[in-house]
Design a binder for this molecule. Structure first.
Ligand code: M6R
Length: 607
């Protein structure tokens, strides 16, 4: 979590860093700060809250200087206050840090015993004090920085500035991502390419354990052993770093509405031109002989994995274990020899998912990363990366990444099914046809937005809601509850519809909306019975179904949203739309911060 930026420029650094922090705000928004060097001396400004608070502070107290570092924070150690905001300073050193220093207590005790005075409760402040202590012992900035870094245990991406050194910045990474940007007589560093988008398209991703010394004319990079190394400089396509609301009120609204387009684009990338074969077929895996597949992910990506389990098992007859990434490695499950693991992550930086990847790899599995950010750590560490092609997703709530994760996973499931001869070519063609209709059907679902917004009013007025569904709709029920919680702060639960009667049905009363996700599929009759059980107990049901489902069960519901009829295989892609729009409109009506809900961050790079 947290976003960091550093610039060595010819022009004033503060406005450029502020803009970069705005682009990194998706990583955390509890507090923000900048430090620059002007006339050789360090200055800094820090503010609790959003970047806008820092911007206001800079209006009244501007920062001069053409070299600087900046930070937007997602709090882990210490409250979201001004004194815990980065950059942290100790004498002639300032630092910004993303990650967690695990041995911070021991270092802090040692430094306090040596006379250091701490002003924050953060783990990060030890870095500044340690480095300043080493400078005071006579080490030059380079050696002091290297020695400081060598004593850190845990995860970090960090940038250091030194008083009097107007043309030097030292940065390092272990566990947390860091990219260096090359300009013309200017150099940049940031948590990702997105931050550096308007500054340069020439990016070098540091490898884990790397340290770099930057001047305005270039960077010297050293690997974990201290040996000089060359890391490749890549050209990042501009469309990968475009961040714009395109006239929508929120990024989330824009990203929901982009889904027909990105779904079409993703399908074009995963399928052959004649739409007969899957081409993103994960050659790293021999699907014919694969004994078992594990899929590890967090949050919305985990629910996409739950849908995928259904697909792999039903059409490819491949046994699948779906794992919550944060639990996976601690359970140390025995892994089947010759097995494979998919890790699914929009950001490709989620610490728990990355750790799951590493566990699976250490257990001898072939690992595939299903990612949106193609240069992310997960993409680079996996045996093979399968991009989902969603384009940048800025809203903290995952929307278009979910549907494009589903498309990538559906394509893999079809390919696995054909490789295992679990389905005929005709069935594969029918499934691909169904997938190809997804962009149109998603657009038809989005066209119901006005009705969904009206339904959302009821939900916005409650403090608790239940989502129910069977089969793949169970995963959508869980996703619906997560979306509603994170955006509106309304308590919500997702349940397998048939499980309700084993306890949770006690929650049913006239006040709590029960959102039933029930396309007219093979399981509809069963779900309809569960809907009747709820109706019989006075439950207030919002039924989300299609024309046939509405005709059969609409009478039981207080309100019915009628979606287009969809092939069963792609129902999760289409039913994701009302789930997203319900949460979005309920949040707008409650006046919560849609794109940056409280306590959250887009990219969760801590455990
Ligand atoms: O970047 P990732 O896909 O690994 O992120 C996983 C979750 O943190 C993410 O899906 C989260 O649950 C979203 N905020 C949900 O909308």
């Amino acid at each position: 979590m947290c976003g960091i930026v550093g610039v060595l420029m010819k022009k004033p650094a503060a406005p450029v860093m502020l803009e970069a922090l705005r682009r990194l705000e998706y990583r955390g928004y509890d507090s923000a700060g900048l430090a620059t060097l002007a006339g050789g001396s360090l200055q800094r400004r820090r503010a609790a809250g959003r970047i806008s608070a820092l911007s206001q502070l800079l209006d009244s107290e501007p920062l001069a200087g053409t070299i600087g570092i900046g930070h937007t924070r997602w709090a882990t150690h210490g409250a979201a206050s001004q004194h815990n905001a980065h950059p942290h300073r100790s004498g002639p050193v300032v630092v910004v840090h993303n990650g967690i220093i695990e041995n911070w207590r021991a270092l802090r005790d040692e430094l306090i015993a040596g006379g250091c005075v701490f002003e924050s409760e953060t783990d990060s402040e030890v870095i500044a004090h340690l480095c300043a202590t080493l400078l005071a012992r006579g080490l030059d900035p380079r050696r002091a920085a290297m020695e400081t870094i060598s004593r850190l245990v845990g995860a970090y991406a960090l940038c250091l500035l030194f008083e009097g050194a107007e043309d030097m910045m030292i940065c390092a990474r272990r566990g947390s991502p860091l990219a260096i940007g090359y300009g013309e007589g200017e150099m940049f560093v940031g948590s990702d390419a997105l931050a550096l988008g308007p500054l340069t398209d020439r990016i070098c991703y540091l490898a884990d354990g790397d340290c770099a010394v930057l001047t305005r004319t270039g960077a010297e990079v050293f690997d974990a052993s201290g040996a000089p190394v060359q890391r490749p400089i890549q050209t990042v396509p501009m469309e990968a770093v475009l961040v714009d609301k395109a006239g929508y009120r929120h990024f989330m609204a824009k990203e929901i509405h982009e889904q027909p387009t990105v779904a079409g684009y993703a399908l074009a990338r995963h399928l052959s031109a004649d739409r007969r074969h899957v081409v993103s077929a994960a050659a790293a895996i021999d699907w014919r002989t694969l004994p078992r597949l594990s899929i590890a992910a967090c949050g919305t990506a985990f629910y996409a994995a739950q849908v995928a389990k259904w697909w792999f098992e039903t059409i490819a007859r491949l046994p699948v274990d779906v794992e919550i990434a944060s639990e996976f490695r601690y359970r140390q499950p025995p892994m089947t020899e010759g097995g494979a693991t998919l890790v699914v992550s929009q950001s490709g930086e989620t610490a728990d998912t990355l750790a799951a990847l590493r566990y699976a790899r250490s257990a001898g599995q072939t690992v595939l990363g299903v990612v949106n950010v193609e240069n992310s750590t997960i993409a680079r560490e996996a045996d093979m990366a399968i991009p989902i092609h969603a384009g940048p997703e800025i809203g903290v709530a995952s929307t278009k990444a979910f549907t494009t994760q589903l498309i990538a996973l559906a394509c893999l499931a079809i390919h696995a099914a054909r490789s295992r001869q679990a389905i005929t070519p005709e069935t594969a063609a029918a499934l691909i046809d169904a997938l190809s209709s997804a962009p149109r059907l998603i657009a038809e679902a989005i066209a119901l937005e006005d009705q969904i917004a009206v339904a959302a009013r009821d939900i916005a007025e409650t403090e608790s809601a239940l989502f129910i569904g069977r089969g793949t709709m169970h995963a959508l029920a869980l996703e619906g509850a997560l979306k509603l919680k994170e955006l509106t702060y309304i308590h919500a639960e997702g349940h397998a519809a048939g499980e309700l009667k084993h306890g949770s049905i006690a929650l049913v009363d006239a006040t709590r909306p029960i959102i039933a996700l029930a396309p007219h599929d093979d399981l509809f009759e069963k779900t309809a019975s569960n809907i009747s059980e709820v109706a019989a107990r006075g439950g207030r049901i919002l039924l989300i179904t299609d024309r046939n489902g509405a005709a059969l069960a609409g009478a039981e519901a207080a309100r019915t949203l009628v979606l287009p009829e969809v092939p069963d295989f792609i129902a999760p892609l289409v039913y994701a739309i009302p789930v997203q729009l319900l949460a979005y409109h309920a949040a707008v009506q409650r006046g919560t911060d849609v794109d940056q809900p409280r306590n959250l961050a887009k990219s969760v790079t801590v455990e």
